[in-house]
Design a protein around this ligand. Structure first.
Ligand code: F6P
Ligand code: MG
Length: 443
């Protein structure tokens, strides 16, 4: 890998990766174990003695893994037989060949790989215990964060209703202004993830619209102009907008408040006629504590519909309709829950790559997607985003991300140094954000 910087790893003592593997991951595992134990009675009611056995077995597998992690043992091959088991084990073998066997361990391997692997092992523990294999250990946290954000959700739905009411009269400039606001709402929605806080409360209590101006200086790269010109160039001149408008894909991140901000943005894109279709991409099993699964997606729309608030329930009904009519669709693919960098997608998941190629614009939400876009590597901050993408570019793309890991590219010379001197943890505090546009290499 000539010229490509090394992967971030917990082997750098004191780094954010190191602190994550040492402190945050074991905390998350302990919470998972507690959650399963707390639900013991529920498993007994549903599956009798078998449910109790499954609970015990799962907990014992998870405790064993926590111990492997804390004592820096080698990473083990998966023993279940699922669609992606082979890919995980091949990936492990490849790494073992590159180094010696011992080197593929919790603290010595790439952080991205190890962190993804932990979530996959949680799933393995459940899958090996069939009565509870579909149990989502993170469900309680996700639903709680949704309910705690109710006021903010109501405020957003009310705002959206106001925008839609005036849609016919507004000028192109005003439309751009509204687009920018809702893009930023979706951007800052990414602050609300439960992984960075190791599952602590992380909901949105106030209306985000009111804070946008004060947050603006914290956006380190703002390519929203490029996103806007991509969106508006989908419409061929002289054609009625509704017919020629294109397709936007949103690679989702977290459930709870963030998902609502994504749905609000998607609603705006469709109802303004800027876009004809939105494809949402989520995870096929519970992932990084708060990431969206098919169940979370449907549940969120149903809850919004059922809310005791006029504009919130109206939004929910509209979203359900979009899904029913196929204007919106939800998709998942095993690639999203592999540890691979996105530059490997064309080779490792050509079908997914081809799917994304059919989009006119792909929005990647959140920090983990940014890490995968850039390979979670120790890039110089001034390297361009296109360079860090290493050829990945099924369609024009944009990352909407609040910074929670030590990787950031595409900055001005000196910008990174200045931030470090003012705020040493600028890359990991979730305080800063980017709206970063990438041009495809492969079209
Ligand atoms: O370790 C913190 C962390 O778990 C990162 O590893 C990960 O990139 C991020 O939080 C998850 O954030 P997001 O939900 O924005 O992808
Ligand atoms: Mg997430």
């Amino acid at each position: 890998l000539l010229g490509v910087p090394p992967s971030l790893s917990a082997k750098v003592v004191g780094s954010f990766a190191y602190l994550t593997v040492r402190d945050r991951l074991p905390t998350i595992l302990t919470k998972v174990i507690d959650t399963i134990h707390r639900n013991k009675n529920k498993f007994f009611e549903e599956y009798g003695e078998e449910g109790i056995q499954a609970e015990k077995q799962t907990i014992s597998l998870l405790s064993k893994m926590r111990n492997e992690l804390q004592t820096d043992k080698p990473v083990l091959a998966l023993t279940d037989c699922l669609q992606d088991t082979e890919s995980w084990n091949q990936y492990l073998q490849r790494h073992q060949i590159e180094g010696d066997e011992e080197s593929v361990s919790w603290f010595k391997s790439p952080w991205l790989y190890v962190e993804c692997y932990m979530y996959r092992r949680i799933q393995e523990a459940l899958w090996l215990n069939p009565p509870i294999s579909d149990y989502d250990v993170f469900n309680e946290g996700k639903t709680q964060s949704f309910f705690e954000s109710q006021q903010a959700v109501m405020a957003l739905c009310t705002y959206l209703e106001g925008v839609k009411k005036n849609m016919e009269e507004i000028s192109k400039n005003q439309l751009f202004e509204q687009f920018n606001k809702l893009l930023q709402v979706s951007l800052w929605g990414n602050k609300c993830d439960l992984s960075i806080s190791a599952g602590q409360d992380n909901s949105q209590k106030t209306s985000p619209i009111d804070s946008l101006d004060s947050l603006q200086p914290l956006i380190l790269v703002d390519d929203s102009n490029m996103v806007w010109s991509t969106l508006t160039s989908m419409q061929r001149p002289g054609q009625p907008e509704k017919i020629t408008a294109g397709r936007v894909d949103i690679v989702l991140d977290n459930a709870g408040f963030e998902l609502v901000t994504d749905l609000i943005l998607a609603d705006f894109l469709v109802s303004s006629g800027l876009v004809r279709e939105v494809h949402f991409h989520g995870k096929s099993f519970p992932w990084f504590v708060s990431d969206v699964t098919a169940h979370d997606f449907q549940w969120t729309i149903r809850q919004t519909m059922a809310a005791n608030h006029r504009w919130m329930s109206k939004s929910g009904v509209q979203w359900q309709m979009y899904v029913k009519e196929g204007v919106w669709s939800y998709h998942d693919h095993p690639f999203w829950t592999l540890p691979h960098e996105f530059c490997d997608m064309a080779t490792d998941a050509p079908d997914l790559y081809a799917t994304l190629k059919a989009a006119d614009l792909v929005l990647f939400k959140g920090d983990l997607n940014y890490r995968k876009l850039t390979g979670d590597r120790d890039w110089d901050h001034t390297v361009s985003f296109d360079t860090a993408l290493r050829g990945f570019g099924p369609a024009p793309l944009c990352s909407l991300r609040t910074l929670k890991a030590n990787v950031q590219v595409g900055l001005q010379p000196g910008q990174g140094e200045k931030l470090t001197s003012q705020n040493p943890d600028w890359m990991t505090s979730g305080k800063y954000a980017v709206i970063q546009f990438g041009s495809p290499k492969d079209q």
